[in-house]
Write a protein that binds this ligand. Structure first.
Ligand code: SF4
Length: 366
């Protein structure tokens, strides 16, 4: 396939669809020699089953593995590191990857346990897991979904799973967008297979899946993310890392010049309910967010929804401080270990959703 192409397929038999899509995209012509180590990078951000809208469907990975093994590629590796606050090992279990790996005899590599080294990413020093250098051909398998901080997450941001936890935290300190773009300039997947089955349009950790029943293949991660914006009804300019990656030469966001090939009808996708409201925006005004880790902020937003539904959110007398930018500072109300100096603090790193909800409710009703 060509770099300006996106090839998509609709349906509900995900394993079969994947194999058909890979044949049409002519993945074989892109593969290196048969002894090469092929790295498969799904999204296992947290221990949440794929139908919740956060993680890559194992059926799609199964289709990819079958395609590769039938083509004579036996040297395969699934590689991923969950977000800070969850263990990859738990996601491996809960998301069906243990069964997958055992069935196909493909090893799983937990990047949270890997060693790391520094790289120069277009002038930015970044720590990446050593596995990045071990694989010869990297297949990126993101979930197309929303993100409560960056609005959209897909091909570019999925590469964060190749970082050690300390660098993931550092990314948040740097504001996420710029380091995501720089990482993409240095770590360039060779093929992209996007899970657009039922990604949550609001939250990285899922819970509100939006069924699309689509899988698509592409080569350009910038084009993929621009297309993800279109699918989620978000303006590309509202996701700064896409333009930053484009300016660093990672790819093109020009959808007008893209060749979008649909292999079948969207009617095969069955249920396609309308896009949900942008729920994050309804409550995020209550937070004073500064460089918070994804897991921390993602726990806060649902807690705010519960408070909103109970009519308590409007009763907060101040904004809720959250994030690494508040470290060492003081104030009235803060969530997470980074705001331990605040008068009223909900502890944890990250604190869970229930603890935040209970803590905020106690604060409002005291
Ligand atoms: S408390 Fe601070 S360091 Fe811990 S998860 Fe939250 S933002 Fe990140």
């Amino acid at each position: 396939m060509k770099r300006n192409q996106i090839i998509e397929i609709y349906g509900t038999d995900y394993r079969r669809m994947t194999k058909e899509l890979l044949a049409k995209a002519d993945l074989r012509s892109h593969l290196p020699g048969k002894v090469a180590l092929i790295g498969i990078k799904p999204n296992l951000v947290c221990p949440s089953p794929a139908n919740f809208g956060a993680t890559t469907h194992p059926e799609i990975v199964a289709g990819l593995i079958e395609f590769l093994q039938e083509a004579g590629y036996q040297n395969l590796l699934i590689t991923e590191g969950s977000w800070v606050g969850d263990k990859t090992a738990d996601a491996y279990e809960y998301c069906g990857y243990r069964e997958l790996c055992e069935k196909y005899h493909v090893p799983f590599f937990d990047n949270q346990k890997d060693r790391w080294h520094e790289i120069d990413a277009a002038g930015m020093r970044l720590k990446v897991c050593d596995v990045v250098d071990r694989v010869d051909f990297l297949i990126n398998m993101p979930v197309l979904k929303g993100h409560c901080q960056t609005r959209v997450t897909c091909a570019l941001k999925n590469l964060k799973g190749l970082l050690p936890n300390m660098e993931k935290r550092h990314f948040h300190q740097m504001g996420l967008h710029k380091p995501i773009a720089h990482l993409a300039s240095a770590v360039r997947p060779d093929f992209i297979l996007v899970d657009h089955i039922c990604g949550d349009p609001d939250f990285e950790e899922g819970g509100n899946p939006l069924v699309r029943n689509c899988i698509f293949a592409a080569l350009d991660p910038v084009l993929v993310d621009a297309y993800a914006c279109k699918e989620l009804g978000v303006d590309v300019s509202d996701v700064p890392y896409i333009g930053m990656a484009e300016r660093l030469g990672v790819g093109s966001s020009d959808l007008a010049a893209a060749d979008i090939i649909r292999l079948n009808s969207t009617s095969e996708a069955k249920a396609t309910p309308p896009l949900s409201e942008k729920r994050v925006l309804e409550v995020s005004y209550a937070a004073d967010e500064c460089d918070s880790c994804s897991a921390c902020y993602a726990s806060l937003i649902p807690a705010l929804y519960c408070l909103k539904e109970e009519g308590l959110l409007e009763k907060l007398p101040c904004k809720i401080a959250i994030g690494q930018g508040h470290r060492g500072k003081t104030g009235l109300l803060g969530v997470g270990a980074c705001t331990s100096g605040f008068d009223y603090n909900i502890p944890g790193c990250p604190p869970d959703e229930d603890a935040i909800y209970e803590g905020l409710k106690a604060f409002v009703t005291r």
